[in-house]
Design a binder for this molecule. Structure first.
Ligand code: PGA
Length: 675
């Protein structure tokens, strides 16, 4: 109980963190890819961004993280998911440890731009999350499933489709939620005011080149025009906490080197900024739209600039291929990439307020730019709150999933109805009296049961398994009833000098129809090995008896997650050698040893899971049709109160009942579960 609680608590915390951090990355895959470039750069890999490697990698990690969160939340593929989660947390923890100790990157990027954590904070967060993974990996099956095993594939698959679609949308359009200080509605001048500017200082330097020589200059010693501009750097000194949201934006005129940020932003009216951090890599399919935009701006007298971090050569290259005629301004690559996640993108300002943003693929066309900026809805979009967008994303997740699940269930229902018509699998409730009741008591119980079931016909086959001493009398008593009789054992020898043994032929001669073989009590206390049981099964069938063959794992085996291997080995050891014809006389009883006579029942889900596995094993040997016709009973503390839930499962065809078969009303209560 405590264990289940602990495992599920850890799992829900991990699920929440993975879903949130996966989602913010899916919403802004480009932002995450820049972060990956930053990590790669710190590790000395500088060309990782080439051929979109970092963007693809970012999208893959984001989707994996989000999907792992959803899988954890619903309890899909619990063992695999727990292992993948552990693996991811190990990698994240190692990465952030490196980043913390060796100052690789200043912000981990775990939650995109939503929450900023220092490397130390991130490392400790990751260590805690890593520890939370351990109970999950140790007890994956203790994670309660929120959906049935059969329908886990729908969510399992859909979450990847959803993640990929959302990721692609955010890459090609702009992030559907903008947590950056340049979001629509933001006043850039205000965002540049430090809350407490006391100890923050910025220094801007310029990398210039002349005759192959590169040098760094400050604003004070800015060189003459014989030097060519290459790059610029902004250094921030002082406490990071005092930094304003925008602290690294400095817009400079390339010809004079003068900082025009303040002048540009504080001027009244509309202005259009084509933001292209890197002109060499910019999407050049936008030429026509940019030309239309240039016409629009000059028609209404709106200033239009191209903001870039490219060098002169790249600017010239861009001018050549696009024939662009707007002036260029320079700024650092980082603030430009933060401003708009597109290369190029368009940022429309009114005064210093961001009014609209467009990605390369969605630049406005001349058919849309038909009026003054104030009158165009396109340039004055409604502000979408984060909460509304989150609800919309949730709806897009739940809506199609709901339809998919509905269709899946409908399909399953049709198959089920079809199979029901085709498969006449027997439902059976079998009693196993074990070593209880003397002859008189046993006969009395059989008589009582006979009368009860004569008055109210059962909806399933009923069998009672009695000690040898009762067999002949009880079988005779129940001759004309609906109750069949079973022995609890038979010898592994045909006949002869085996004092105390009872042969299969003798059992048959009493009028009994069945024999229970392979019960765990006989395996454990009387050392019946798979080889001995194989002999018994062969003799029972040869003498016209049907066999209820028991299999099941011990507690230690279940805790080691070996239940499937154990059950399969028991079947292989004693019954899978039978011919298809002989197999028709076999009923399987799955009895987890830890549940027999202990009051502990396997949950209906646990039982169904292994019953389905057993049926799959039978199908592998005897084919799907034979497997569908094999009755597989559950045994182990089965009683009237839990029988309906157990028998309600698709692969559970009844029960083998010990303690609760010793009183007629209790046994009848279980039989009634089939009503
Ligand atoms: P139980 O026994 O119902 O008393 O747990 C089941 C069995 O051993 O067959």
């Amino acid at each position: 109980m405590v264990r289940t609680l602990l495992v599920n608590l850890c799992r829900l915390v991990l699920a929440t963190v993975f879903i949130l951090s996966g989602l913010v990355k899916i919403i802004d895959p480009r932002g995450f890819s820049y972060k990956i470039d930053e990590y790669a750069g710190a590790a000395g890999i500088t060309d990782f961004h080439l051929a979109h490697a970092s963007l693809l990698f970012a999208a893959a990690v984001a989707m994996l993280e989000f999907s792992a969160g959803i899988y954890l939340f619903f309890g899909i593929r619990r063992r695999l998911t727990s292992l993948v989660t552990l693996l991811m947390m190990t990698v994240f923890a190692a990465l952030t440890f490196w980043s913390w100790r060796w100052h690789a990157v200043s912000d981990c990027g775990c939650f995109g731009d939503v929450i900023h954590l220092t490397p130390a904070e991130t490392f400790f967060k990751n260590v805690v999350l890593l520890l939370l993974c351990l109970p999950l990996v140790r007890h994956p099956r203790a994670q309660v499933r929120f959906i049935s095993e059969k329908s886990q594939w729908t969510i399992g698959l859909y979450v990847w489709i959803y993640g990929a679609a959302l990721c692609a949308y955010n890459v090609y359009m702009l992030p559907v939620m903008d947590f950056r200080p340049y979001h629509i509605g933001a006043d850039l001048l205000r965002a540049m005011q430090p809350a407490d500017a006391g100890d923050v200082r910025y220094t801007h330097t310029f990398i210039m080149e002349k005759d192959g020589e590169r040098r760094e200059f400050s604003l004070e010693d800015y060189p003459d025009s014989t030097w060519t501009f290459v790059d610029r750097r902004t250094r921030i000194e002082g406490s990071a906490k005092a930094l304003p949201p925008i602290h690294d934006l400095s817009i400079v005129s390339p010809s004079t080197g003068i900082d025009t940020t303040e002048a540009l932003l504080s001027s009244e009216g509309w202005k259009f900024l084509i933001v292209a951090p890197d002109l060499r890599e910019a999407d050049d399919g936008v030429m026509e739209r940019l030309a239309e935009l240039t016409d629009y701006c000059s028609h209404y007298g709106y200033p239009l600039y191209c903001l870039t971090a490219s060098n002169e050569e790249d600017i010239r290259y861009w001018q050549d291929i696009t024939g662009a005629e707007y002036p260029y301004l320079l700024a650092d690559r980082t603030p430009l990439r933060t401003m708009v996640r597109s290369n190029p993108g368009l940022v429309v300002l009114k005064g210093s307020t961001v009014k609209a943003k467009f990605p390369a693929i969605g630049l406005p066309s001349e058919t849309e730019l038909t009026d003054r900026a104030d009158r165009l809805a396109l340039l004055n979009p409604d502000l979408e709150t984060h909460l509304r967008m989150l609800l919309r994303l949730l709806l897009w997740f739940v809506g199609p999933l709901f339809i998919l699940t509905l269709l899946d269930n409908l399909y399953r229902l049709i198959i089920h109805i079809k199979n029901k018509k085709r498969i006449m699998r027997k439902h059976i409730v079998a009693g196993n009296w074990k070593m209880n009741k003397n002859l008189q008591e046993g006969v009395a119980l059989a008589k009582e049961l006979k009368e009860i079931l004569a008055a109210e016909k059962p909806n399933c086959d009923v069998i009672i398994g009695t000690p040898f001493i009762h067999l002949a009398t009880v079988a005779d008593l129940l001759k004309d009833s609906c109750i069949a009789v079973s022995a609890e054992n038979c010898a592994d020898k045909e006949s002869g000098a085996y004092t105390g043994e009872v042969s299969a032929a003798m059992v048959k001669s009493t009028g009994a129809e069945y024999v229970i073989l392979g019960h765990s009590e006989r395996r454990e206390y009387y050392h019946e090995t798979p080889a001995i049981l194989k002999e018994k099964v062969d003799l029972a069938l040869a003498n016209g008896l049907k066999v209820i063959f028991c299999i099941g794992e011990s507690l230690a085996e279940r805790e080691a997650n070996k239940q499937e291997a154990v059950c399969k080995a028991e079947l292989q050891g004693s019954v899978f050698h039978l011919s298809a014809e002989q197999w028709k006389n076999i009923v399987i009883a799955y009895e987890p040893i830890w549940a027999i006579g202990t009051g502990k029942t396997a949950t209906a889900e646990q039982a169904e899971e292994i019953h389905a596995f057993i049926r799959k094993c039978v199908a592998e040997v005897y084919g799907e049709a034979a497997a569908q016709e094999t009755s597989i009973l559950y045994g182990g503390s089965c009683k009237a109160s839990n029988a309906p839930e157990l028998f309600g499962k698709e692969d559970i065809d009844g029960g083998l009942i010990g303690g609760a078969s010793l009183k007629a009303p209790d046994f009848k209560g279980i039989i009634d579960a089939w009503k």
